[in-house]
Design a binder for this molecule. Structure first.
Ligand code: C5P
Length: 219
């Protein structure tokens, strides 16, 4: 069983994916972290994430056996890493280098301790359209740019970080534009995805709505 969850930044797809994975006892992969790890590796070399040479080299160095430890790096959560990720993600060879890894996980999901799972939840931008077009259940989680910027702003504020709402909103809009308008695997809902607008829903309500859709149509 594969559950594919796509959507723009800060729409709530990560929280929903983790809640569904926990509920069904499936393994979870945040595919954005793969792109973040590549963007981070390029930034660490003081190079430009839009430069295909460095981005492709870093993406090809990815060792699937080390995936858990690489993805745990807390610096991957930084806003600068997210922006770098969305720049490397435009490059088709970077996407190609990360594709098998994601498909392998979907087909043979495993938990952090290495034990195998009977299902997988993957979240990203192209899971339902490109990575797992045959996923049994697909969600496209979205919310207005203003609501998403406000959530990010609160998250950063709660973590004691100084942030500007205007700058976050601008970054989110730029990232949406880059993710939606790239030629390779652009952000868009799969034709058979349930659209879940979380603008007026909290995490619990979004989870409940997703569970209702699954139990009405798939169980
Ligand atoms: O989801 P997250 O914000 O961590 O993703 C960072 C960036 O990685 C996104 O803005 C997007 O450009 C890229 N990404 C992607 N395809 C995925 C997951 C993430 O292009 N499946």
């Amino acid at each position: 069983m594969i559950i594919a969850i796509d959507g723009p930044a800060a729409a709530g797809k990560g929280t929903l994916a983790q809640n569904l994975a926990k509920h069904f006892k499936y393994a979870f992969l945040d595919t954005g972290r793969l792109y973040r790890a590549v963007g981070f590796a390029v930034l660490e070399q003081n190079q430009d994430p839009s430069d295909p040479y460095y981005a492709i080299t870093c993406a090809k160095k990815f060792d699937p056996k080390n995936i858990n430890s690489i993805l745990k790096n807390p610096l991957l959560r930084e806003e600068a890493t997210g922006n770098a990720a969305s720049k490397v993600a435009v490059i088709p060879e970077v996407r190609a280098a990360l594709l098998d890894l994601q498909r392998d996980f979907a087909e043979h999901p495993f938990f952090e301790d290495g034990t195998s799972a009977k299902g997988a939840v993957l979240d990203g931008r192209d899971i339902g359209t490109v990575v797992c077009p045959n996923a049994e259940i697909k969600f496209f989680v979205t919310a207005s740019a203003e609501v998403r910027a406000n959530r990010r702003f609160k998250e950063l504020n709660d973590a004691g970080k100084i942030a500007s709402y205007e700058k976050i909103l601008q970054d989110i809009k730029e990232r949406d534009f880059r993710d939606s308008n790239r030629s390779s695997a652009p952000l868009k809902p799969a034709e058979d995805a349930y659209i879940l607008d979380t603008s007026n829903l909290n995490a619990t309500q979004a989870f409940q709505k997703a569970l209702d859709l699954i139990s009405q149509n798939h169980l």
